[in-house]
Design a protein around this ligand. Structure first.
Ligand code: RTP
Ligand code: MG
Length: 149
């Protein structure tokens, strides 16, 4: 595949297993596209605990970490590389805050999520929180778009 253009900004979006199971993938991708961002990589994947541990390494000492791994490995998810001007910050704005009950209406989490009775908050989507995180996460989920064979 074509490598990502290093002069453009990219973020990693995960459509989490709760959203995939509920058939919300199309709605979420539609919001990304109508915003004007471009889809550069897309895969349906059941993530291993190894991959998820690497992805969420910053949270490994949190009490919710085992439940977070259970949640994120509970079924297939959709991983997406999204390109656009200030897309990292822009997609964080589109997601809304972590707890869907508190996320503003109009945001993905605010419109599509609610509180679920589990120790890890189920909140529909993930988006990279900084350029450093985006580079690290895209290399983890889409090495074929970053590294030449
Ligand atoms: P994400 O990394 O998935 O994009 O979400 P985020 O930045 O809004 O939230 P973060 O603090 O990075 O937490 C990662 C994910 O862990 C679950 N969580 N559960 N029970 C809890 O208090 C709790 N806190 C976090 C959520 O799925 C959250 O998105
Ligand atoms: Mg986070």
């Amino acid at each position: 595949p074509e490598l990502l253009d290093p002069d453009k900004e990219h973020t990693l979006v995960l459509i989490k297993p709760d959203a995939y199971e509920r058939g919300l993938t199309g709605e979420i991708l539609r919001r990304i596209e109508v915003k004007g961002y471009r889809l550069k990589g897309l895969k349906v994947k059941k993530a291993s605990r190894e991959l998820l541990t690497a992805h969420y390494v910053e949270h490994k000492d949190q009490p919710f970490f085992p439940a977070l791994l259970d949640y994120m490995s509970s079924g297939p998810l959709v991983a997406v590389v999204v390109e656009g001007d200030r897309v990292i910050e822009g997609f964080r704005t589109m997601m809304g805050q972590t707890n869907p009950t508190l996320a503003a209406p109009g945001t993905i989490r605010g419109d599509l999520g609610r509180d679920w009775k589990t120790p890890a908050v189920q909140n529909v989507v993930h988006g990279s929180d900084s350029p450093t995180s985006a580079d690290r996460e895209i290399a983890l989920w889409f090495p074929e778009l970053v590294f030449k064979d």
